[in-house]
Design a protein around this ligand. Sequence first.
Ligand code: TYM
Length: 331
Amino acid sequence: MEIVVSGIRPTGNLHLGNYFGALSNFLKMQQTHHCFFFIADYHSLTTHPTPSDLHGNVKQVLVEYLAAGIDPEKATLYIQSDLPETAELYLLLNMNAYMGELERVTTFKEKARKQAENVNAGLLTYPSLMAADIIIHKAHKVPVGKDQEQHLELTRTFARRFNRMYNHEFFPEPTAFNFGAELIKIPGLDGSGKMGKSEGEGNAIFLADDPKIIRKKVMRAVTDAGPTTPNQPMTEAVAILFSLMRTMSKPETVDHFLNEYNACTIRYGDLKKQLAEDIVNFTAPIRERIHELAADEKYLSKVATMGAEKAHESAGKTISEVREIIGFRKF
Ligand code: TYM
């Protein structure tokens, strides 16, 4: 059976970008693949070096994974820092990772610009840690959003390099995956490109947002003065609303508003109202489960312990084989 690995950083509540880029794929894949899903708390330190509530943030993602429908009996659900084998493999991969290739990574360049006062080594070697996460379970597929594509390319480079250097076909070369034909990028509501946790207020809609907030965020989204000639190309802001609508709403709804747009009779207020209701209906059951699960510490602890044990079984085997291949042997 094919092996699947993916993770999410605990740096804020999960939003629709996380859901449609990654989580929705996790939910399907757990039925058919051997899945490992984790909370990337080591990675979160590259941008949040002294988090005020790391444990609380990890708990929030654990709760949201479960509320969205990850079944911890089917998939292995664990916390990255519960698996020290990952840290060991990261160290070993770093010995064969080159400054030049790490410095060329777009997310590194972006983060280095954003946090110029803290361009730490963890930020530079972020892709080696991510590769370690993935190949520690010898994964084949990695469900992620479009923004992770370059990291996956490097993961394949590191896996291939290891195999070649030690002349051993050991690690498979994993690929980024989405059930649709392509990896996706959900845009933010404020027109700033990607929906993200650390963008400004009003950019992201979170799974845990209550209906009032969702309606407010959608109603505030930027639009334009409206089309004046039939079939006029859309401005970026309006294209974003349609793009969200395509993910959230029924195809008939999208067609209805598209026809109105093309006929220049569209009222953006109506489109936003419909979009907000579709988002509210979609997130309501998840939000309810978030509240229930957050109160059940005993269950969360059971899930995390079971996940760590299962992950350890798989990772322990890989790391002892890697040690053997490299030549760390017992006297
Ligand atoms: P993170 O925590 O930033 O995001 C988690 C997942 O959500 C996807 N995503 C999006 N997809 C579409 N549109 C968006 N606007 C959007 N925003 C976020 C991300 O692509 C990601 O799949 N480096 C990873 C965490 C990680 C990981 C791994 C992933 C660490 N180790 C190993 C896979 C395998 C990250 O920062 O994701």
